[in-house]
Design a protein around this ligand. Sequence first.
Ligand code: WT7
Length: 650
Amino acid sequence: MQKNIESVLIEQRRFEPDPAFATAARPSATEVVRLRERAAEDPQGYWADLARTHLSWQRPFTVTLDRSQAPNFRWFTDGCLNVSWNCLDVHLEQRGEKTAIIFEGEPGDVRKLTYRELHAEVCRFANALSARGIGSGDRVVIYMPLVPEAVIAMQACARIGAIHSVVFGGFSAVSLKDRIEDAGAVCVVTADGGWRGGNIVELKAATDKALTEGCTSVRDVIVLRRTGAAVPMKTGRDHWWHELVEDMPTDCAPRWVEAEHPLFLLYTSGSTGKPKGIQHASAGYLLGAKLTYLWVFDRQEADVFWCTADVGWITGHSYVAYGPLAAGVTIVMYEGAPMFPDGGRFWRICEQHGVTILYTAPTAIRALMKLGDEIPAGYDLSCLRLLGSVGEPINPEAWMWYHRVIGRGRCPIVDTWWQTETGAMLISPLPGVTATKPGSCTQPLPGIEADIVDDAGQSVTTPEAGGYLVIREPWPSMLRTIWGDNQRYLDTYWAKFQNRYYVAGDSAHRDADGYFWIMGRIDDVLNVAGHRLGTMEIESALVAHPRIAEAAVVGKQHDIKGESVFAFVVCRGARPMGDTGAFEQELRDWVTQQLGAIAKPDDIRFADNLPKTRSGKIMRRLLRAIARGESITQDVSTLENPTIIDQLRG
Ligand code: WT7
């Protein structure tokens, strides 16, 4: 982490907002000042106004915020609405024939759906779910490729009040099983497969595997035909999507739900134990997703918005499936790998579909930057007007490249900080309003009381001094709890400062202009290519291997992925010596099978034991220094086993 801090500290470049930058839904500079004042004086009034203006309610709310069970906050509690209605039906009159989704499959197939067609497909699938006996409050796991049907399935759940839990298609059968079981899902929606890097990701096979190992709650599996590959279908349990929807009406009355009705669960990694099911509520979440879309992406009717994230992550929920649809814009969805079949794929998509706003992750930017300036120079990117970044701190070099080579120096960059838990962006520039600095997510959005505090919970006011990133006041799109484990919710996000503020788990500092610079996670969570991984999860996966006795996982800086997984491993019996390549590969495959390919360690080092304190705690800081090839500055004489250091160094 030290290295990152230095590189941001010397960053002095500043890009002033372009006053000519288009504005429609986004507040002007003066309006932003006014909004901030209003939010500070009367936060509830501020949010209530926005919720009335931007959401369509079946029954209006009178209670804005219920703090009676703080920190389990509840918003707009007596109001009723339907999220899918707010994303689709509200547009039918004015935008029925407008393209909602431009889909490009990895093999190159292109499909477009208008808002009317999307509405009809969502209704048909919602009716099919209802016909299977799935109703309000039931959990539906969605394990699909990034195709329109993934969004259709999510919206269909929202339409009938079912709670979806999307599991990223790159996760393994074991991870899928854990999530299905934790959620108690009654249905899994999947596909025969999806295309990725020229190969088929066998989603149905993984689903079958997950279901043979338990998951007794699942009654129905719905399978989309995507690749056409033959897959076994289990009579009574498995149904083809196209057969189920065939005779279904293209209209489906929405199920009006209370504002706090859970919209979805999304599992994410924490520092301990199994992934936690982050639970979001209908109204507050949608308000956050829509409002930040309008403001941060400067909503224009003619925009073609491409967020490259998979719907398996929160970014794909808020800025593929919900926010932009609620805002009535055209979105692009691309199924496959960013570099398939070559490094020009992204830019070809931008050119061909006239993308005006591109929202992607620093890891993708770095990977594309590595291929050089010539590839993007070969494409007409003149449609682009705004660029976004999310998922991890963007290094100033990558920011500058994005700005210069992709944005051709004309497009503002919005570096947006947020989390699965926050539901929507919380800290971000507003294009045309906020001056940007490469590597800084700039300032909290109006209404968001972000702060940096020290161990005692005191606000850190010295410029450049680091601390914990916290949010002092509740906001509508915040998580409501962890599914089935409210205690963990309280412990993870609130206990550190006695429930006074939400603790994000990141460290950050502020410069003299009050700009936020995110330094990274303070807990044992890694950020590998913008994906959150708990070190404990990977350790548990390794230890589940019959030959492994103990494991410790740390992050190591990586040029493209930001961080990579470095595992220190103690075997049962003797330490493997000589050429350990084959065994390392076996362990990588093992982790891939247990968790998914994103979690597999790049580096594996075998040792006789791990460095521990006398109380038996693994000294991760020491392991991190070793993994990164840094010199060891800490006192190792108190180690239980100081001689181990040389062996760990390899
Ligand atoms: C963690 C949340 C938010 C969607 C993608 C990740 C890191 C996210 C930024 C940013 C610096 C960032 C933080 C955060 N992060 N965006 N713009 N600058 N760091 O969601 O998987 O819940 O991960 O990603 O460390 O805590 P997530």
